[in-house]
Design a protein around this ligand. Structure first.
Ligand code: TXA
Ligand code: MG
Length: 348
């Protein structure tokens, strides 16, 4: 397949072009586009063939449901059975934004889009290109993250091109994303609203608006509980090298990592380090990458997937990473990092 790559400036949207891209969506074509969380791979959510194409391009199991992206609140009732007062309050506070809500689906939503489920995930992204594309493309755009299944979600067009060039019709390059981690998912069809995937909208922020919010027990480290979001059960991205998280007071973490790097060197193994702007000068490894700064936790979220991808491009046996239990985004960051590390944590 010939993939067109088109560059658009976020603040100078070429409407004619988006109109064309919207027409493609209506015709059943697949288009990768930027959102504020990660890049998405869009198709017409109400067309079962378009959804099938998305699964195929990503190499994704077809029982793993897609999120439907909308641009206007008025478009929500058509695809869901009921919008509760709580859901309305969350939408009012956090949409457009990095929050996905799960509802009981209406009959117009094909099972191909929901992976056979009676519920549907819906999000209104906060990105001018995404919103315009959705409006021009028939209002309902199913979009999983635009990576091949098993790789980290893409946070810039280069990542999308690496994974999907030749497998999708169009890639819109709208620059780097703002957040870098996928949206928070909250199940509004549960008796008590329940977080199925942590993201930039935290449990505390949700509770401030609607009171009680639970966290799916499947998100705990305990591997015996099955996560409720089907996508959370699949083997997640793991870098080619062994990834180990070192947790504790920062001085001790640095000291431990330096000792381990030295030992690896003696054993003929190559190892690298994920630190921050605040610590990278303290490491004695040949490959040290900064993920951001603890003074601005958003920078850590934003660079996590990119740094993991970079390590896959170099020949290395082990990666040691600091732990990032930062105040607001820490839960979402550690959810992704722990999975990438297969929960391999050394406490010091
Ligand atoms: O930030 C995001 O949410 C990005 C951007 C592109 O919007 N999208 C994204 O989509 O992360 P995806 O497909 O990579 O992840 C969607 C997650 C999966 O874990 C899936 O299992 C879960 O949402 N999900 C979708 N529909 C669901 C449903 N009806 N019930 C439970 N989980 C659902
Ligand atoms: Mg994904």
């Amino acid at each position: 397949m010939d993939t067109k790559v088109l560059t658009i400036e976020e603040h100078q949207i070429n409407r004619e072009f988006i109109q064309q891209a919207g027409k493609f969506l209506k015709e059943g074509k697949s288009i990768a586009f930027p959102t504020e969380t990660v890049y998405g791979l869009g198709g017409n959510a109400l067309d079962p063939h378009a959804s099938a194409k998305i699964y195929e391009a990503k190499g994704r199991p077809s029982d793993n449901p897609l999120i439907i992206h909308i641009a206007d609140m008025d478009d929500l009732p058509y695809i869901v059975k009921e919008v509760s007062e709580q859901a309305k309050a969350l939408a009012k506070t956090f949409w457009p934004g990095p929050l996905t809500m799960i509802f009981k689906k209406s009959d117009v939503v094909p099972y191909e889009t929901t992976g056979g489920l009676e519920t549907v995930a819906v999000r209104m992204p906060n990105h001018p290109i995404a919103l315009e594309l959705i409006r021009q493309g028939g209002k309902y755009v199913a979009a999983p993250s635009a990576n091949t299944s098993g790789r980290p979600s893409p946070t810039c067009a280069k990542h999308v091109i690496e994974d999907l060039k030749g497998r999708v019709d169009v890639i819109i390059d709208g620059g780097d994303v703002g957040i870098g981690l996928e949206s928070t998912i909250i199940d509004m069809s549960a008796e008590v609203p329940t977080i199925l995937r942590p993201g930039a909208i935290t449990q505390e922020m949700l509770q401030q608006v609607i009171g009680d919010v639970l966290v799916d027990p499947g998100l705990q480290v305990d591997k015996h509980t099955k996560p409720k979001a089907p996508g959370m059960k699949y083997k997640h991205y793991a870098p080619k090298a062994e990834l180990i998280i070192i947790e504790g007071e920062i001085d001790k973490v640095v000291e431990t990592i330096n000792q381990m790097v030295l030992k690896d060197k003696k054993d003929g193994k190559k190892s690298g380090v994920i630190g921050t702007d605040d610590t990278i000068h303290l490491y004695q490894s040949q490959v040290v990458k900064s993920i951001g700064t603890r003074k601005k936790e958003e920078t850590i979220a934003k660079h996590l997937y990119g740094v993991l991808r970079e390590f896959d491009e170099i020949d290395i046996d082990r990666i040691y990473s600091e732990s990032f239990k930062t105040p607001k985004l820490g839960q979402a960051i550690m959810n992704r990092l722990l999975k990438a590390a297969g929960h391999h944590v050394i406490k010091v």
